[in-house]
Every structure is written in C-alpha cells, then in structure tokens.
Design a protein around this ligand. Structure first.
Ligand SMILES: Cc1cc2nc3c(=O)[nH]c(=O)nc-3n(C[C@H](O)[C@H](O)[C@H](O)COP(=O)(O)OP(=O)(O)OC[C@H]3O[C@@H](n4cnc5c(N)ncnc54)[C@H](O)[C@@H]3O)c2cc1C
Length: 411
C-alpha cells in the first residue's frame, strides 16, 4: 500500500514539530512519522530527575515560546513532554505515532522518495530526517572487558538510584549527563567514583545573571560551524553546568562532598580498572574553560559599560581543589564496593536505514544548513547543523524556518 505526501517528516521531537509548524502555516501537505510518541526521547531516554540546563526563557519553539511563570527555571522531563504535546496540539500537527521508518530510498523512476515503514510505504517529493541528535548510546570498547558481575549501563538507561544495584557506583565521563547523574547518586547517599574527562564547565551564574543570559549577548549560541577550529570540534563533549541556581556543578565541590574524582578510564580487566594519570589535568581544563567564559563576559561588561553585581557568584571558586594526594591509577571494583558502572560516554548517529549515498566516510550526513545535494532530502536537529544552537530548543526553530523556506522554493 502506498500513501503520497508532499513532505514526509521523520521524527516528532522538537525538530520535526518545528518544521511541521512552518509547513502547516504554509498550508503544505505533510505527515510526521514517529516510531513512539511525541517527545519519545524525553520519555524513555532520560533519568527521572532530569531537567533541561537551558533556562525556560530559552525554550522557544516557533509560535510557542515558554509562557509559564518561571522563565529562569529549568523544565523537568515530564514538563518537556507536556510542552511538546501542547505544541503539536496547537497547530494540529499531522503525526502518525507508533510508525517506525525502516528505510528511505530514492524512487526508482522519477523524482522523490519512498519511505518504508513496517506496514506502509509512503511516497514523498520531500523527506526531512529529524530523528534526533543522539539516537544511539555509545559504549567504549573497554566496557566489554569488565567482569559480568558488575552492572553496566549507559546514561540513557539510567533512571534513578533505586533502580540500580546497591553499593558504590563508578560514573565514567564528566560531560553534562555524567555530572548530573553523579550528583543524583551522591544526593541519594551513594558512594560515587567519578572518572573525569576533559569537558569544560560553565558557571550557572556570573555577576548577577544566568550565564546563558550572558552567552546569548556574546553570540555564543549563534556561532556557525565555520567559526569552529575544526569540523571535528562539533563533536566535542558538552560542558557541565548546573540545573540549579544555588549550587553550580563543580568537580571540586563534588570531591569535597565525598565523591571520589579519578582520571580517565584507560583499560579494564575483570574487576580492575586502569585509570590515566590525568585527573589534575582534567580538573585544570574544566577550570580553564570556566575562566575563559568568565573573562569573555568581563570583557563584554567593560565594552558596553553596564553595572553588574561585583561578586563572582558561581557558588564555587576554581582554587578550591580537593583531590587525592596520591592519584588512584588502579581501581579495584571489588574492594571499592562498586556494583555498577554508568557510562556517560555520549551518543553516535545511526543512519543505516537511509539508503541514499548522502553520508561521508564517518557516516555523517553531507549537507549545508540541512540541505543535501539530493533534491528534497533534508536533515534537521543535528548539533551544529548550522549554528551552535541548532539542536537546542532555543535554536532549532531557525533551522526549521530555513528548511521550510528552501523547500517552498523547490515547489
Ligand atoms: C542528556 C541531554 C540533555 C540535553 N539538554 C538540553 C537542554 O538543556 N536544552 C536544550 O535545548 N537541549 C538539550 N538537549 C539537546 C536536544 O534538545 C535534544 O537532543 C533533542 O531531543 C533533539 O530534538 P530532535 O527533535 O532533534 O530529536 P529527538 O527529540 O530525539 O526526536 C527524534 C524523534 O524521532 C523518532 N525517531 C527516531 N528514529 C525514527 C524512525 N526510524 N522512525 C520514526 N521515528 C523515529 C524518535 O522516537 C524521536 O521521537 C539535551 C540532549 C541530551 C542527550
């Protein structure tokens, strides 16, 4: 059975919905195919205490900016889902839920694409792939050498401290997710070992304002791909920042509260974990990243000459370093009482089902602002699709508007 549409959008996260909004405004025939439910990633791919780290005023999907009474707060998981559901309802987005796309192919004859699902093949002149920035958990090879007695999971499967075996926990990676989960565990009373990586740190607040407020003024979120030092820099880990105005996430604070910071995991054999001697280096990198950001803000303050609160106000001064005098280089999971390892090792793309040669050697789609060389084939929602903010609630709308208009020109 075949169904024909002008545009098929695959995925009903923020990216797919933002585009559907513009196509609806333009009166274009389209359908959104979603394998789960609206906002599925937030329902099943995040932990219970998850909140966004972008303040609510940055939740700005087109035609539906955050309207609540806490613009400086941070949306928890259920509220993100509710926001997306309400958004879809406001313009009656034509979504088919529970429909997984198994392949996208070029039409054998003529123009356009075939979009295969388990039941139906859709024909479309245009296809927009909005299946998410982080579709597949990435586990490092070293995880395969860890004893089977140890429970191992990726951050996307972590829910809460009660859902993992009792005992101490080793969290590997200090990007955003690793730090938030390590804090969740620490607050529940668990002994946490935290293997650091070289990710940076943002202070939550600086000189009386949320750092995100300063960063928007500095053009941080509007930086384009060509302003990065290399194309690979777009895959760099996300710096850690708190989702709480009173308590900035900071590895030094974690250490003082009883968490045990470690160097990066290098190798594993059964219950022995070999750690790199780079803890001090990783802590210094996080401190330096924060320093660079705050210096940039100071420069901006000087340039425009505004009055600000004088205090540092990050909740933490980088000099308060608390690390073990003798670094741990060999961690014995048994004697440390560690029952669980949580790998905060990021995500990878997975476009094996797109049967069109639009990918580079690394499997990354080749595009310019989401537009590919295949007429009518687009990508939306990828980090740095065009700007730093491309995969954020704050920026995906701009890319969606661009693709809607590029596609309208094709008619
Ligand atoms: C841990 C974490 C924290 C983040 N924090 C923030 C934050 O604080 N602020 C912020 O703005 N952004 C944040 N982001 C980034 C970003 O907002 C999310 O990644 C966002 O979900 C991306 O939206 P999307 O629509 O591109 O993808 P998704 O929300 O992942 O939506 C893609 C949809 O496509 C569906 N799908 C996938 N494959 C198929 C298929 N084959 N057939 C049919 N449907 C399919 C999925 O079920 C899903 O519903 C965070 C991301 C992560 C991972």
């Amino acid at each position: 059975m075949n169904e024909q549409f002008e545009v098929v959008i695959i995925g009903s996260g923020q990216a797919g919905l933002a585009l559907s909004y513009y196509l609806t405004q333009q009166g274009r025939s389209h359908i959104v195919l979603e394998q789960g439910r609206v906002g599925e990633t937030w329902r099943t791919g995040r932990w219970d205490s998850f909140t966004l780290i972008t303040p609510n005023w940055m939740t700005q999907l087109p035609g539906f900016p955050y309207q609540g009474d806490d613009p400086d707060g941070f949306l928890p998981r259920e509220d993100i889902v509710a926001y997306l559901e309400r958004y879809a309802a406001t313009f009656h987005s034509p979504i088919l839920c529970g429909v997984r796309v198994t392949a996208v192919r070029q039409q054998p004859e003529g123009e356009g694409y075939l979009v295969d699902t388990e039941e139906i093949t859709f024909k479309a002149r245009n296809v927009v792939i909005a299946t998410g920035a982080y579709p597949k958990p990435k586990l490092p090879i070293v995880s395969a050498s860890v004893s089977r007695d140890i429970c191992q999971l990726h951050t996307s499967y972590y829910r809460n401290p009660q859902a993992i075996p009792s005992g101490a926990v080793l969290v590997v990676g200090t990007g955003q997710s690793g730090c938030q989960i390590a804090e969740d565990l620490l607050e529940s009373g668990r002994q946490v070992y935290l293997s650091t990586s070289s990710c940076g740190r943002f202070p939550r607040r600086y000189k009386g304002k949320d750092t995100a407020w300063w960063l928007t003024r500095l053009g941080f979120f509007d930086r384009t791909l060509d302003q990065l030092p290399s194309a690979a820099a777009k895959f760099a880990c996300n710096p850690h920042i708190s989702d709480n105005h009173d308590n900035s996430i900071n590895l030094h604070r974690f250490a003082r509260q009883g968490m045990i910071p470690l160097g990066s995991v290098q190798a594993a054999q059964g219950k022995q974990i070999i750690l790199a001697p780079n803890l001090e280096e990783n802590l210094a990198k996080a401190d330096a990243f924060e320093r660079e950001i705050t210096q940039g803000i100071d420069k901006y303050i000087q340039q425009i000459g505004i009055k600000v609160e004088a205090n540092y106000a990050t909740g933490e001064a980088p000099s308060n370093c608390t690390t073990a005098t003798k670094p741990i280089l060999n961690l014995d999971l048994e004697s440390a009482g560690i029952s669980t390892i949580i790998w905060a090792s990021g995500y990878k793309l997975d476009f094996g089902w797109v049967q069109i040669p639009v990918f580079d050697e690394a499997g990354y789609p080749v595009h310019l602002r989401g537009v590919t060389v295949f007429p009518g084939l687009y990508f939306l929602g990828l980090p740095w699709l065009y700007k730093m903010k491309s995969a954020l609630f704050y920026g995906v709308g701009e890319d969606a508007a661009f693709i809607a208009s590029a596609n309208a020109d094709r008619r």
